[in-house]
Write a protein that binds this ligand. Sequence first.
Ligand code: FES
Length: 122
Amino acid sequence: MPLTHTITVRDRATGTTHILEVPENRYILHSAEHQGSELPFSCRNGACTTCAVRVISGEIHQPEAIGLSPELRKQGYALLCVSYARSDLEVETQDEDEVYELQFGRFFAKGRVRAGFPLDED
Ligand code: FES
């Protein structure tokens, strides 16, 4: 039997807290679904960041999280669809598009400034 960890997931969008028992060798999102917990996801392969969470405490292993920059991983973000627990964990879901904007928002921000100025000034 693989080692099992207790994962507490706070879903900020719904205000619910999920307590899960997750074996070390299973993806956390997959285990959550099997335990009847509905968490946000889309691609299921570590690319889209819909399932991103911030780790409050504990250790997570996510070698396949290609959608997450090394900087954001260092800041404690993780993708539950491709994450394994390495200890008991407490995580919270992101605000909608939080991780996407942290990674790409600055490029769009520059674009917006250029598009709105000086054309909108008459
Ligand atoms: S569901 Fe797309 S990165 Fe996890």
